[in-house]
Design a binder for this molecule. Structure first.
Ligand SMILES: *[C@@H]1O[C@H](CO)[C@@H](O)[C@H](O)[C@H]1NC(C)=O
Ligand SMILES: *[C@@H]1O[C@H](CO)[C@@H](O)[C@H](O)[C@H]1NC(C)=O
Ligand SMILES: *[C@@H]1O[C@H](CO)[C@@H](O)[C@H](O)[C@H]1NC(C)=O
Ligand SMILES: *[C@@H]1O[C@H](CO)[C@@H](O)[C@H](O)[C@H]1NC(C)=O
Ligand SMILES: *[C@@H]1O[C@H](CO)[C@@H](O)[C@H](O)[C@H]1NC(C)=O
Length: 412
């Protein structure tokens, strides 16, 4: 019965169609503006981005990053007044433009009701909290919330924490958008909790929590390790090139949820070398709900799940082509490798015909830090992981390469 879930999905499509830029019947004016804005920022960043994403092939730690690590500083953020700053906004303001040091914001356990924007001019920022007792950053804008000019802020503007700078790291932080959950069919329901637009970002043991469009994995190389990501429709979306490892991904609705809306496409500069890769994750949700693994926001949308446990909510057909007329020839690349659990396709062979049951050779490029040139930036997170349990949690520049990590976790 492949038709039933699709019909249900159609209602949801209407809901988000008019709002996600692409879906408004193709290329509307707002979408063109949005693309133009993106391209402008590409022009500004082109050289920087090229250098940072390719560089020496990503095999060694970025020189810029090593230098920033050498002169790292820590700002304590504590609403009780005992730290350097009482809130995150004030701490971010204190970071100089053109920053070259790693700035660690040591976030004391608290709920920070703040809407944050990390400007491109402030790279090397780290949010560090205690994963067992995390700092929570929360706001509640939706796409329909009026902005300063009275017009709806839109999906991008709804974001609780927007990161446009490079080399962002977060450890043990909760990013949340707590706007009331949009009903399927409601307009302007997108409510982004976190938007990553810079490259070489790494998140460890974080929670990214919301409903529709929770995590805007917008652009750049991103690593998510041990994170919990919760949402409803298209809740991981964008044209990031991202590796999700050991993460828990949950639908929060009893209706239809769509886990990814990856936007790989030939029509946005830089978007073709992108895709989301999930390894050793687990997928689940509200009992009785339905989860699609992905639908194609871009004509060449690319998503891979490997060694991932899929709960019974994952629908048998698995994937949806959305507005793409001929998904089998458009360049969409959706695949699974050795996934398990009741929602996996291990035995049933009921997935859409154009999704891949991947071979080992096919999956290899995706399942490791190499996929995101991780060795060039992720080692900053490794010592953080090891050191956090000690009270004098500080970074060390010990270089345990992520390929070591990768090797050890590949064998399972
Ligand atoms: C942050 O703290 C500053 C005082 O340093 C205060 O003026 C400002 O209103 C606070 N902002 C937020 C968003 O809490
Ligand atoms: C980022 O900071 C620069 C320099 O202050 C400023 O010109 C620019 O408008 C800021 N960008 C955004 C999107 O706020
Ligand atoms: C956001 O929260 C504030 C109070 O914290 C409330 O006044 C406002 O209505 C909420 N907005 C939405 C869209 O829920
Ligand atoms: C981070 O999460 C993993 C599970 O993904 C857990 O094993 C580990 O203990 C956590 N680390 C910290 C420092 O909380
Ligand atoms: C898989 O992920 C879980 C956390 O969800 C972690 O505890 C476990 O060590 C991971 N296994 C491998 C082989 O990486």
């Amino acid at each position: 019965m492949a038709t039933k879930p699709l019909l249900v999905l159609a209602t949801v499509l209407l809901a988000s169609s008019s709002l996600l830029p692409r879906a408004a019947g193709g290329m509307g004016a707002s979408f063109s503006n949005w693309v133009a804005a993106n391209q402008q920022s590409y022009a500004v960043n082109a050289a920087l981005y090229a250098k940072k994403s390719a560089g020496d092939g990503g095999k060694t730690l970025d020189a810029d990053l090593s230098a920033a690590e050498e002169k790292k500083v820590t700002y304590v953020v504590d609403p009780s007044g005992k730290g350097d700053y009482p809130n995150i906004t004030a701490a971010l303001e204190a970071i100089p433009e053109g920053n070259t040091k790693r700035v660690i914001l040591d976030l004391k356990t608290a709920v920070y009701r703040e809407k944050l924007f990390l400007n491109l001019s402030k790279p090397f920022v780290t949010f560090r909290s205690d994963p067992m007792n995390p700092a929570t950053i929360v706001w509640n804008d939706t796409a329909a919330t009026p902005g300063k000019d009275g017009k709806p802020v839109g999906t991008v503007g709804s974001t609780t924490v927007a990161v446009e700078s490079d080399y962002f790291v977060a450890h043990g932080v909760v990013f949340r958008n707590d706007a009331p959950l949009a009903k399927p069919g409601a307009k302007g329901g997108q409510a982004v909790a976190l938007r990553l637009f810079g490259t070489k970002a790494a998140l460890y043991n974080c929670t990214i929590d919301g409903g529709q469009d929770t995590l805007y994995d917008h652009k750049g190389l991103h690593y998510f390790k041990g994170c919990l990501i919760r949402g409803s429709v298209d809740f991981i979306f964008g044209f990031g090139r991202s590796f999700y490892e050991d993460c828990r991904i949950e639908s929060v609705v009893k209706e239809v949820a769509v886990l990814t809306a990856q936007q790989r496409t030939k029509s946005i500069e830089g978007a073709i070398d992108t895709g989301f890769s999930f390894k050793n994750c687990s997928i689940g949700g509200v009992k009785g709900g339905q989860i699609y693994l992905g639908r194609a926001w871009g004509d060449s949308s690319r998503v891979v799940y490997a060694y991932t446990e899929m709960g019974e909510e994952v629908v048998p057909i698995g994937w949806d082509g959305w507005n793409v007329a001929k998904p089998e020839t458009s360049g969409i690349y959706y695949g699974e490798f050795k996934c398990f659990g009741p929602g996996s396709d291990a035995k049933r062979k009921k997935r859409v015909g154009w999704a891949l049951d991947m071979t080992e050779d096919q999956v290899k490029p995706f399942i490791g830090m190499h996929y995101i040139f991780g060795d060039s930036f992720s080692s900053t997170g490794v010592p953080l992981h090891r050191r956090l349990s000690s009270t004098s949690a500080t970074y060390s520049t010990v270089h345990s390469t992520s390929s070591e990590l990768c090797r050890s976790s590949l064998h399972r």
